[in-house]
Design a protein around this ligand. Structure first.
Ligand SMILES: Nc1nc2c(ncn2[C@@H]2O[C@H](COP(=O)(O)OP(=O)(O)OP(=O)(O)O)[C@@H](O)[C@H]2O)c(=O)[nH]1
Length: 327
């Protein structure tokens, strides 16, 4: 035998050895979807011996593999002589293998990317395809963890820590969106701005911690009064804003009075202290002639200061021409 051919044979053996031991799943199928080659990666993860799978139809060995979908992929490789791919993002796995990775022990199953390649015979026909199975559990779980962390950060970045309501920045973004929506659809919504009466006195008399508790209890009472579609935020220290979606001034007034009465009837207990307090509420239905959401806010603010001037513990609906001076 010429020495060149000998070398080819040894190379062939090395390659077979490498393909057997490589950390990638390797399956060769004929055009009847019968298994021809099954490397050790597949053996180790499936628990099925190459001798037992040889000649068997892949879908009989793995009934959980979505047959129509995977057949379609494989057959396109036979017909078009070009590669096909699936990623874990489309389908987390094709072969349901347990995840044994220590770092990503949180995933129950191995995430997989799959490539199907056509195998050309000497006569140029494609009678076999090779399925490569890549274990991408580490990458997939890191990405999922990153997405979870980002989601948490996003929630944190829009939440007020003391009250768990939206913070001012996010709430104002919601207000601007709602303003645009109302302008486009010609629907009406109302805005409520309220603040705690004589809050400085609460702080001065009972201390800042007790003041914080009053703010927390107020936001809880607000949450208990809201509908799911209403959007509440902490606008400033002891000032809150609520967007009442698809609500006219009359209905917003009814909501405001319900909230005001609820808070008037409340007693905040903090250590040995019992604190009673009230709120003042300004209401503004969106006006058709305003071009900026900031004017909508200003109207509610004017109505709120109207309450303050008229003895507090009340609700006032903004009217055109209402005097906003003095605040
Ligand atoms: N405890 C506490 N106090 C706050 C917080 N944010 C703002 N304040 C206080 O809230 C008080 C608001 O006082 P003012 O704006 O004078 O209003 P007020 O005393 O409620 O008076 P009226 O609104 O006119 O009824 C100030 O003393 C602030 O220091 C907070 O997060 N916690």
């Amino acid at each position: 035998m010429p020495s060149e051919t000998k070398l080819d044979i040894s190379e062939f053996h090395w390659m077979m050895d490498m393909l057997q031991t490589i950390d990638v799943g390797l399956v060769v199928l004929n055009n009847k979807h019968q298994v021809q080659i099954w490397n050790s990666f597949m053996e180790n993860h499936s628990g099925l011996d190459p001798a037992d799978v040889k000649g068997k139809v892949l879908f009989d060995l793995f009934p959980e593999v979505p047959r129509d979908w995977f057949c379609h992929k494989i057959d396109s490789v036979f017909q078009l002589h070009s590669r096909a791919f699936t990623t874990w993002e489309q389908r987390p796995y094709v072969f349901k293998f347990k995840n044994y990775r220590t770092i990503t022990g949180t995933a129950d199953f191995m995430y997989q990317n799959i490539t199907i390649i056509p195998l050309l015979s000497l006569n140029g026909a494609v009678d076999h395809v090779c399925i490569l199975v890549y274990d991408v559990t580490d990458a997939a779980t890191s990405k999922a963890q990153l997405e979870q962390a980002n989601q948490k950060l996003e929630i944190l970045s829009r939440t007020d820590r003391l009250t768990q309501l939206f913070n001012r920045g996010h709430w104002e973004e919601c207000l601007a969106k709602e303003f645009k929506r109302c302008q486009r659809s010609r629907l009406t919504s109302s805005l409520i701005m309220f603040d705690i009466d004589h809050f400085k006195k609460v702080n001065d008399t009972y201390g800042h911690q007790a003041g914080d508790e009053v703010i927390r209890v107020t936001s809880q009472a607000l949450q208990d009064t809201l509908r799911q579609t209403d959007i509440a935020g902490r606008y400033g220290g002891e000032e809150f804003g609520v967007i009442l979606v698809d609500t006219n001034a009359q209905d917003a007034y009814a909501f405001a009075e319900r909230l005001r009465e609820r808070i008037e009837a409340l007693t905040v207990k903090y250590e040995a202290l019992e604190i009673n307090y009230t709120i003042s509420i300004g209401i503004s239905e969106i006006a058709s002639d305003i071009s900026e959401y900031t004017l909508w806010l200003e109207h509610a603010d004017i109505a709120l200061y109207h309450c303050k001037r008229n003895g507090r513990n009340c609700s006032t609906v903004y009217q055109a021409g209402m005097d906003g001076e003095g605040h």
